[in-house]
Design a protein around this ligand. Structure first.
Ligand code: FAD
Ligand code: SF4
Ligand code: SF4
Length: 495
């Protein structure tokens, strides 16, 4: 270990500069600046190079964090990049969007007493530097293999699998019903958390590396799963979860009551320069409106902060528990508060009011009661505490469930859990259909980018072994068949 490390006793934690709330409310650009080289080296040097690095254990990709922190502290950036890229398909994206407070940084041992090492920001710095210096290369294999894999879904799980398989020499075909790759990284997560060029430049690299993209192809409609199985040696399903959870309240059909993902997709598309009729007509534009967002997760935070940037008159978030019990990342809640979002804690909606278009939400105050068997405190309404929150746009952000994939894919043999997620063998990620693998949100339920990458990475390993084993079996069968034919020819000749 060099004297450069262990600086946490001397150096304070510093996060990259954050733009002032009054400034960042005005645009959709990312809110955090990048570390400059001396600051990145300094912050990386705070790591104490633990023998048992809890940061690494709690990173879903088991990133080699202590080593790339040390390399960054020493200014050996290209090596730091190679190490970061060895385990992570999108380190620069994880550095931006992982909830580090719950993963690597939340488990950094110096967090106790000192502030944790700013792992995510350093990871982002390493890979943004790599992009600037041209170190990020297309995934080109050393030799081509005669096997092909079909991947359904170009989100983080599908892309991670595609990259890994392509590097090994597989012929990789990615099918997606959208026109751009990235899945929720392109149309869900807002630009102020993840600028879209960061996702799109990866697409260019993958295409340059020989991955074939078939965009605007909805599997189940334009092509069947069965056809893909016929075309490819294996198929990986990574279609994510998109069915919005709903609340059956009076007035749910009023104009101006919309689903979170419709709202966020319209905003992202508009930012990408697409023509979005529902945005242009004002249906999915918060400008000048009183906005109420229902929900307490990260999607709700993305909606409130998007509404602020669109120039809403007021933005409130209605959540039935309190701040301490919010499922979303505290960092995002804090950012939303700074930007002017009003939180109505312990408030549950009862009805949407209005005629034709929504004019308000009738809500009731809640109190937290005893914990249930899962340890979560129960909530109950407080009698007589009703109130009306004015609203001309209500955004429902209550989470997502999987679509009915066996029906959509016309493949009843695809088994699903009671939550509708695809069932896989957890050791191989293969479904009950031979050669059909699955991963990401469609298996886990709504999760995180980093878990999608993990599944894609693992699936690639299992798919490669499966395809090669199958090819071996077929080759053996071919040899046996040939030997059999030769033997019978000899026998015929002898006769
Ligand atoms: P997806 O990213 O959903 O990709 C699935 C792809 O499959 C899509 O491109 C879709 O078009 C395609 N597809 C679906 N059905 C078909 C079909 N029949 N035929 C062809 N293609 C199909 N995670 C974080 O870590 N940090 C965050 O800050 C964060 N913010 C989020 C904000 C929002 C608003 C949302 C909704 C999610 C957020 N997440 C965040 C979660 C994260 O985006 C997902 O967990 C992750 O993208 C899942 O990856 P995936 O590859 O499984 O699926
Ligand atoms: Fe932390 Fe996510 Fe990077 Fe892992 S991938 S080190 S959890 S930011
Ligand atoms: Fe460094 Fe913290 Fe990881 Fe220990 S837990 S190796 S101090 S980043």
């Amino acid at each position: 270990m060099t004297e450069r490390m262990l600086q946490f006793v001397r150096l304070q934690q510093q996060t990259p500069d954050k733009r002032a709330a009054t400034v960042r409310r005005e645009d959709f650009n990312e809110i955090y600046a990048r570390f400059d080289p001396p600051r990145a080296a300094e912050q990386a040097s705070r790591c104490s190079q633990c023998g048992v690095p809890f940061c690494q254990i709690h990173c879903p990709l088991q990133n080699n964090i202590p080593d790339w922190l040390k390399l960054t502290a020493e200014g050996r950036m290209e090596e730091a990049y190679e190490l970061a890229a060895a385990t992570n398909t999108f380190p620069e994206i994880c550095g931006r969007v992982c909830p580090q407070d719950r993963l690597c940084e939340g488990n950094c041992v110096i967090e106790k007493g000192f502030e944790s090492v700013t792992i995510g920001s350093v990871e982002r710095y390493i890979v943004d530097t790599a992009w600037e210096n041209g170190w990020v290369k297309p995934p080109t294999p050393k030799r081509e293999l005669p096997y092909s894999v079909g991947i359904i879904g170009a989100g983080p799980a599908g892309l991670a699998a595609a990259e890994r398989l392509r590097i090994r020499g597989f012929q990789v075909h990615v099918y997606d019903r959208y026109d751009r790759v990235g899945g929720l990284m392109i149309y869900g997560i807002p630009n102020f958390k993840l600028e879209k060029n960061v996702v799109l430049r990866r697409w260019e690299q993958y295409a340059a590396g020989g991955i074939h993209f078939h965009m605007n192809v909805a599997v189940g409609q334009d092509v069947t799963l069965d056809q893909l199985r016929g075309r490819h040696d294996a198929v990986f399903i990574a279609t994510g979860v998109y069915k919005a959870r709903d609340i059956a309240l009076p007035g749910a059909g009023l104009g101006g009551v919309v689903a979170a993902l419709d709202y966020l997709t319209a905003s992202n598309r508009q930012g990408l320069g697409d023509s979005v009729p529902d945005f242009d007509s004002g249906a999915l534009d918060a400008a000048g409106r009183d906005v109420v967002v229902i929900g307490g997760g990260d999607t709700a935070m993305d909606c409130v902060r998007t509404a602020i940037r669109q120039g809403a008159k007021s933005v409130s978030c209605l959540y039935r528990r309190d701040k301490a019990n919010m499922p979303g990342s505290m960092r995002e809640v804090h950012n939303a508060e700074e930007e002017g979002v009003r939180f109505l804690w312990l408030s549950a909606p009862e009805a949407f009011l209005g005629e034709g278009d929504v004019t308000g939400v009738r809500a009731v105050k809640m109190h937290l009661g005893l914990s249930d068997s899962t340890g979560r405190q129960q909530v109950a309404p407080i009698e007589g505490s009703h109130f009306v929150q004015p609203a001309s746009l209500v955004i429902k952000a209550l989470g997502f469930d999987p679509e009915d994939l066996p029906t959509a894919f016309n493949e009843p043999a695809l088994p699903v859990s009671r939550w509708g997620t695809l069932k896989v063998n957890h050791r191989t990620l293969m479904t009950a259909l031979p050669g059909v693998f699955a991963g990401g949100d469609i298996v886990r339920g709504a999760s995180l980018v980093v878990w999608g990458i993990r599944d894609g990475r693992d699936a690639a390993e299992h798919i490669a072994s499966y395809v090669k084993a199958q090819a071996g079996v077929e080759a053996q069968a071919g040899v046996k068949a040939q030997a059999g034919m030769a033997a019978s020819a000899m026998m015929t000749a002898a006769e």
